[in-house]
Design a protein around this ligand. Structure first.
Ligand code: RUQ
Ligand code: CUA
Ligand code: CA
Length: 615
């Protein structure tokens, strides 16, 4: 192992619990023992000859949309690639004072009054193995939910709350023939009916949950339970199988327990058999949800042993292989999906589906693809992107040749890569142009902004034989993952205004109505005036403001903030949003437009008058 890798490892050691340090040191020793991981990382920046033109001049547009999860910021970001310009922040699980997400009635109904979330993985809906530009799906690991984003308006339109699951992490839509199902893994094993009964400290009773969600209805179809945990997720290109890595096959509740086994599992879920079990009623209904037992021997699942505490699982764009990263093993495991039918038929052992296990470096987490037969794996501990050839790895696994490796290039990254993603790599149209290494630590790459530093998303040109680092991009907490989608797939679907009638209470005439102590103000917003000049209510009234932006000009959004009443939201052209407050503070409060819309934007105001309760 190179010195740099060792140093990086030292740097990360103090971030990790002592027992993990021990385990990782063990892995490092093993790696040294078998002759290390080989080549030097290329410097990235030296070789520029084949760099594609990644500069996007002022006024020019990007070639790709990147959809990035925002980690515990709770949002999803839309980033132009290759410029890396942040184009939009889509509020998902967070409260956003800008858009009013989490403040309006419409968004609060979806969020169920929760205000935190942890987005890890964003994936688009598919037709025939490539994106159809309709939806994005994103998980919430903290509050165990799945959100659907409409690509046409880039806002969340549906949320599913997932019971029986904690650590709702890996998410993946069905890739073919179309996205009917979306699967969501629960990374944390829990008591399956977590209602406080039984010995809650007895981890042997816990299980993991593979939740199947109907993409169109956004309802839970079923949950398949496993004795092991289920971490990252993938689906195949045929609509036959879904996958989960499992690092806690020990059923442990502590780190040392979870690291006991040398091998854990890639768990495969057989959709045909799941559908058959649902059809013939072989499930239990728990809290209104159909729950299927996916333990070994039920036939619904296959458990493929792979080393050790595996993390990411990604499917090669030709649909032939699943690549699972070893995390605590310096290897990645390549599973030939064409052998899965034989595994389920009992013709071969699950482990026989593993057709390569190349040693790539320390801390392999995730893998992406260029569509030319190469895979790119992120190495957390080595702080590298390693490029390796899949066919070569399969060949060498069968016939090892002394001194030969499937690794073709290494690029040092800065620092500690988590996820990695190449352009269109999660589709059959992987084009091998750009790759983004989503690094956890930026260290000295940016101006110091205090104790909480940005992460570093690095853009890499992968169009040539050698990888070339193109740019560093600071990012706020904490993109785990992204997808990179060709512009021509997304752009035709994006609209400038919604259909006004989408909202049942859209406003074309402004007026106020009263029903007892409930007051509803229907208000149009059209630059530079609201449809009402004042709304007068009595202290204690429950007041609903429904605001429709009746301007149809693209770019012309209006805001609606109520002074001292903790209300602020924006409405895009033809959009309607509403908010309900209790008028508990007597006085006169200006309602004003927050979004600069007109030369007289500052004058776009109206008064909210709350008469004091007569005593
Ligand atoms: S998982 S890099 Cu959701 Cu690796 Cu974060
Ligand atoms: Cu409307 Cu500013
Ligand atoms: Ca383990």
């Amino acid at each position: 192992m190179q010195l740099k890798a060792l140093m990086n490892q030292q740097k990360v050691m103090h971030l990790l619990p002592a027992r993990w340090v021990l385990a990782l040191t063990f892995v490092a020793i093993v790696a040294i023992g078998c002759g290390g991981t080989g080549e030097q990382g290329s410097s990235g920046g030296a070789a520029t000859a084949h760099a594609t033109d990644h500069e996007v001049a002022p006024g020019e547009l990007d070639d790709y949309y990147g959809f990035f999860s925002g980690g515990h910021s709770g949002e999803v970001r839309v980033i132009g690639i290759p410029s890396m310009r942040v184009l939009k922040r889509i509020a998902v699980w967070n409260i956003d004072s800008g858009s009013g997400w989490g403040i309006t009635n419409e968004s609060r109904a979806l969020l169920n009054d929760k205000s935190v979330g942890d987005t890890h993985h964003v994936h688009g809906s598919y037709v025939d193995g490539t994106y159809d530009g309709k939806w994005m799906f994103v998980n919430d690991k903290a509050n165990n939910r799945l959100a659907r984003i409409r690509v046409d308006i880039m806002e969340v339109d549906a949320v599913v709350n997932v019971p029986h699951a904690q650590g709702a992490h890996g998410v993946f839509p069905q890739r073919a023939p179309t996205t009917e199902w979306v699967i969501l893994n629960s990374e944390f094993r829990t008591p399956l009916r977590n209602d406080g009964r039984g010995d809650m400290l007895d981890a042997s009773t816990y299980g993991g949950v593979h939740t199947i969600i109907d993409a169109a209805e956004m309802e839970i179809v079923a949950q398949v339970t496993t004795p092991v945990n289920l971490d990252l997720a993938a689906t195949d290109y045929q609509g036959k199988y879904s996958f989960a890595t499992s690092y806690n096959t020990e059923g442990g509740a502590t780190i040392s327990e979870m690291l006991a086994n040398d091998r854990d599992f890639l768990v495969v879920f057989n959709w045909e058999r799941i559908k058959a079990a649902l059809a013939d009623g072989s499930y239990k209904i728990v809290d209104d949800i159909k729950m299927l037992d996916g333990s070994a021997g039920t036939g619904l699942t296959a458990y493929i042993p792979i080393p050790k505490n595996p993390h990411g699982v990604n499917i090669s764009p030709d649909g032939n292989y699943a690549v699972a990263c070893g995390k605590v093993s310096p290897t990645v495991s390549v599973i030939d999906l064409r052998k899965l039918d034989d595994v389920f038929a009992g013709n071969i052992e699950p482990r026989d589906a593993v057709v390569a296990e190349p040693e790539v470096g320390l801390g392999p987490l995730h893998t992406t693809f260029d569509g030319r037969g190469n895979a790119y794996t992120s190495l957390f501990i080595d702080s590298q992107t390693v490029k390796w050839n899949i066919d070569k790895a399969v060949e060498l696994y069968e016939n090892p040749v002394e001194g030969e490796t499937a690794v073709v290039d290494r690029l040092d990254i800065h620092y500690q890569a988590g996820h990695i993603m190449a352009s269109m790599a999660e589709t059959k149209e992987a084009d091998g142009k750009y790759l983004i290494s989503l690094n956890k630590i930026s260290k000295d790459r940016f101006l110091n902004v205090g104790p909480l530093k940005p992460e570093n998303d690095q853009l890499v040109d992968i169009s040539g034989d050698e990888m070339v680092l193109l740019k560093d991009e600071p990012s706020y907490i904490e993109p785990h993952d992204c997808i990179i989608v060709r512009r021509d797939i997304i752009e035709p679907h994006v609209v400038d205004r919604v259909d006004m009638e989408e909202h049942p209470d859209f406003v074309t005439e402004s007026f106020v109505e009263r029903d007892g102590n409930k007051v509803t103000a229907h208000i149009t917003a059209s630059a530079p005036v609201y449809g009402l000049q004042e709304v007068v209510v009595n202290q204690g009234d429950e007041v609903t403001f429904i605001v429709t932006n009746t301007d149809e000009i693209p770019d012309l959004a209006h805001g609606f903030a109520i002074s001292n009443y903790n209300v602020s939201f924006v409405v895009g052209p033809f959009q309607t949003k509403s908010v309900t407050i209790t008028a508990d503070k007597p006085g006169m409060y200006w309602i004003y437009c927050t979004n600069f819309c007109h030369a007289l934007h500052l004058e776009m105001r109206m008064r909210f008058v709350v008469n004091p309760r007569s005593t």
